[in-house]
Design a protein around this ligand. Structure first.
Ligand code: COA
Length: 171
């Protein structure tokens, strides 16, 4: 059994492994990921494994949390990723989510993020979580509103980055 399995009514959340490279390759090359999150330079299974190693796997090692794979309880299908991130560029832990397009609009982002936030509070003692989105990412902003996040301000995560909206929620 992989570490850190969380369950909701319809979903399971578990740590990503290098065996999830094919799924990650598809997810990070979806046009919505490229537009709203960015190009991670993942073009094949080898670069997907390298990305898994330097991003989620490194986060589990360092913080105990990170982006999890979200799968359907019904048949085990991988639908997307959701979880908590401690970036070098933000003082607070932030929540992230991204799903394959065929799974959008079924409440999976809200359902999985609710479980990730509960773990953040109960297991990691977090009292405040933030989120950053492109100003025009309506789907993500709607998910954050449903999760109880409020808009705080516009920020740039680095000096030369585009402006993003910063949302926050007390846990
Ligand atoms: C953002 C994203 C994760 C939402 O996932 P999802 O599983 O479709 O979200 P949910 O089904 O939980 O939807 C939550 C609410 O958002 C609404 N919503 C979904 N897509 C929307 C859109 N394009 N515009 C406006 N509202 C939208 C839903 O209708 C729902 O509200 P409702 O219950 O009142 O109808 C998904 O669109 C995605 O993966 N986008 C690409 C990656 C991304 O942008 N991630 C966020 C980076 S900050």
């Amino acid at each position: 059994m992989p570490l850190n399995v969380l369950a909701t009514a319809r979903l399971t959340l578990r740590r990503l492994t290098l065996d999830d490279a094919a799924f990650i390759l598809e997810l990070v090359n979806d046009p919505a990921w490229l537009r709203y999150i960015g190009d991670r330079g993942v073009r094949d299974l080898a670069s997907a494994r390298a990305y898994l190693q330097r991003a989620p796997l490194a986060s589990y090692e360092k913080f105990g949390f990170g982006m999890y794979l979200v799968a359907l309880k019904a048949d085990g299908s991988a639908t997307g990723i959701c979880g908590l991130i401690q970036r070098d560029t933000l003082p607070d832990v932030d929540i992230g989510f991204a799903f394959l397009r065929r799974y959008w609009g079924q409440g999976y982002a809200v359902e999985s993020a609710t479980a990730a936030l509960a773990e953040g509070k109960e297991k990691f003692g977090l009292r405040r979580v933030v989120a950053i989105t492109s100003p025009d990412n309506d789907a993500s902003i709607r998910v954050l509103a449903k999760l109880g996040f409020g808009f705080e301000k516009m920020i740039r995560v680095t000096e030369d980055a585009a402006e993003t909206k910063l949302f926050a929620r007390a846990l």
